[in-house]
Ligand binder design. Structure first.
Ligand code: AKG
Ligand code: FE2
Length: 352
């Protein structure tokens, strides 16, 4: 990743400002009403649900503290990530992703057809994960993806699995709070995830970049899944497009907190009551940065459409149904290498 390569250069209108606006406004939500089992106070939970509702409406993003994920597990995975990426390219490429098997290491991801200044390692929450063979809607064949695990650092697989178990628990709790905040039953979304899941965790490493005014760690995008639960380190670089004025706002790192964002699936299920918000990652010329998003995704065979409870004759469904697995396969294929067309987006299913 040394020399200036035009594949990384953003169009002028998408280049970052080097002194970004810092977000004061992104809400920090204390989850202790649901994680501290010593006290169970219905009014505290009600208030929590209200906080979630306004964060989802105003930002599509929030941070959570007292989230119940043990700090030692997070420290273990952060350390494993550093050790893995510190290795030579040759070592890392032994566990490379390719076009068919979507797990493992790669450094060529493109977002909106511009290469991202980063290297990643993807690891599935469920091994195997069932998934359509192609994104063609007439092709009913199903295959499975499996994990690869590097030899170094030792116990890599165990560290990943232990961490995933805990962030998955947190994700289910967040989904309950989001369901309640939409006036739904707490477990309304659970059926989409219980039988099967396509969730995965990603280790992101953003090396120092000699031209941070031209390139991005991750170009502007929306997350396609249900929820993202992100651990970022103290360096910072994540920017969120503020709904109020469309300005890019930097998310200030809060030690040990998680950054949560609502993905496209919640936007569709809620019939646009909540929106999946655009975000991107800036790099910097001195410091490397690490982050670990967990993408909480349902089973491949679910049909995604606005929930009946949230549509009526005055608020008719805004989306045609689509199959989640087809969407995911399409995205994975188009992120892997540069294409000449835009990759799949939920607005392609919008009823106009
Ligand atoms: O590294 C980050 O802060 C966010 C990464 C991200 O948005 C993504 O991988 O989808
Ligand atoms: Fe993202």
């Amino acid at each position: 990743m040394g020399e200036v390569d035009t594949a990384f250069i953003q169009e002028p209108e998408h280049r970052p400002k080097l002194s970004p606006n810092q977000a004061e406004g992104i809400p920090i939500i204390d989850l202790s009403p649901i994680t501290n089992h010593a006290v169970s106070d219905p009014s505290a939970i009600e208030n929590l649900v209200k906080e979630i509702e306004s964060a989802c409406k105003e930002w599509g993003f929030f941070q959570v503290t007292n989230h119940g994920v043990p700090l030692t597990l997070r420290q273990n995975i952060e350390k494993a990530s550093r050790l893995f990426f510190e290795q030579t390219q040759e070592e890392k490429k032994k566990v490379s992703r390719d076009e068919k098997s979507t797990t493992g290491y790669y450094d060529t991801e493109h977002t909106k057809n511009v290469r991202d200044w980063k290297e990643v390692f993807d690891f599935l929450a469920k091994d195997p994960t069932f998934i359509p063979v192609t994104s063609d809607e007439h092709d009913d064949r199903v295959t499975h993806w499996t994990n690869v695990s590097p030899e170094y650092p030792p116990n890599f697989r165990d560290i990943m699995e232990e961490y995933i178990q805990e962030v998955e628990k947190l994700s289910f709790k967040l989904l309950e709070l989001i369901a309640l905040s939409l006036g739904l039953e707490a477990k309304r979304f659970e059926e989409f995830f219980m039988k099967d899941q396509t969730s995965f965790i990603r280790l992101n490493h953003y090396p120092p970049c000699p031209y941070p005014h031209l390139a991005l760690g991750v170009g502007r995008h929306k997350d396609g899944g249900a929820l993202t639960v992100l651990a970022q380190d103290e360096v910072g670089g994540l920017e969120v497009k503020r709904k109020a004025d469309q300005e890019w706002i930097r998310v200030k790192p809060t030690p040990d907190a998680y950054i949560i964002n609502v993905g496209d699936l919640i936007q569709v299920w809620s019939n646009d009551a909540y929106e999946s918000v655009e975000h991107r990652v800036m790099v910097n010329s001195e410091k490397e940065r690490f982050s670990i998003p967990f993408f909480f995704n349902p089973a491949h065979d679910i049909e995604v459409k606005p929930l009946e409870e949230l549509t009526n004759e005055h608020n008719p469904s805004k989306y045609r149904p689509y199959k989640w697995g087809k969407f995911l396969v399409h995205r994975k294929g188009s992120n892997f290498k540069k294409q000449n067309v835009e990759n799949i987006q939920i607005y392609h299913y919008k009823i106009t």
